[in-house]
Design a protein around this ligand. Structure first.
Ligand code: G1P
Length: 294
């Protein structure tokens, strides 16, 4: 029986260059999808996969993320004073979602380096990593935690993408495992390969589960693509010593750091809301008709 997975790391220290000018002063992880910031969806996903302790990797320009998960006693009191107890509960409950900690990545040296800053906090336990601007509606993280309970190996989320997009992702080659449907054995990993060099169209998608052995590999990883310390390179090195599994899925991921995917998230999440969905649906239908879109 493998050790339980209790801790998560959420790297959220990136500069957000794809979302300028918004992300100049406000972290891209604080973009609202309906009325919640992206990072809240990510934290809630971790909690629903059984995670109790979350370390968010942040930077000096991103203090508002800490405020979002803190108590705000003046606001709570003001809301209660007006009889708005439901709203007050929403504000207070955010501070009780999980045991949430923050550490700063002083320099933007890459995703691998960001995850490496969690070493002391994680200690000698398996842990998950959720990229702070990816929202997942599919139960991928939970599936990965369950896979770890059976196999005890590091696992990465994988999704097929059109071959012409593979150079935007970490790319994996994988073999089927007998008796497994969604779980595969990863045989090769390469960060952002060209279409010609890519071993497959299976892309790494923002969710990872690592044994603590990853930290030693990160410490020994030299800067790779883009001059950054890449987690994919550290994983490729770990793979030579321990099994690396892939957990495959095909839908339910929103890369909210990309404008078009952010807008898709806004549409899908608004439509799914009981309070806003019906009215928004009418608005969409009207817009489609007016613009002659179909
Ligand atoms: C990062 C990882 C990459 C992964 C991608 C999507 O890249 O380095 O391997 O495929 O996230 O999860 P980024 O999008 O930060 O450039």
């Amino acid at each position: 029986m493998s050790a339980p997975v209790r801790k998560a790391v959420i790297p959220a220290a990136g500069l957000g260059t794809r979302f300028l000018p918004f992300s100049k002063a406000v972290p891209k992880e604080m973009l609202p999808v309906v009325d919640r910031p992206v990072i809240q969806y990510v934290v809630e996903e971790a909690v629903s996969a059984g995670i109790e302790d979350i370390l968010i990797i942040t930077s000096r320009h991103k203090k508002v993320m800490e405020d979002h998960f803190d108590r705000h006693t003046e606001l709570e009191a003001a809301l209660e004073g007006k009889g708005k107890t439901a709203e007050s509960d929403i504000v207070r409950d955010l501070a009780n979602l999980a045991d949430i900690h923050f550490v700063r990545q002083g320099e933007a040296l890459g995703l691998g380096h960001a995850i490496g800053t969690a070493r002391n906090h994680i200690g000698d336990e398996p842990f998950v990593v959720l990229l702070g601007d990816d929202i997942m509606t599919a139960p991928v993280l939970k599936g990965m935690v369950d896979t770890y309970a059976n196999h005890g190996s590091s696992t990465v989320a994988l999704m097929e993408v059109p071959m012409e997009n593979i150079s935007s992702y970490g790319c994996a080659a994988a073999q089927a495992i007998e008796g497994e449907d969604r779980v595969v054995k990863v045989t090769e990993l390469v960060e952002k390969p060209s279409m010609e060099e890519a071993p497959s169209n299976l892309a790494v998608m923002g969710r990872y589960l690592f044994t603590p052995a990853i930290f030693e590999e990160i410490a020994n990883t030299k800067p790779g693509v883009g001059g950054e310390i890449q987690i994919t390179d550290a994983m490729a090195s770990l793979m030579t010593k321990q099994d690396m599994l892939g957990f495959t899925f095909s839908e339910g991921r929103y890369d909210t750091g990309k404008k078009s995917d952010y807008l898709r998230a806004m549409i899908d999440f608004t439509l799914a809301r009981e309070d806003l969905g019906p009215e928004f649906r009418e608005l969409l239908v009207e817009t489609v008709k007016r613009e002659g879109l179909v």
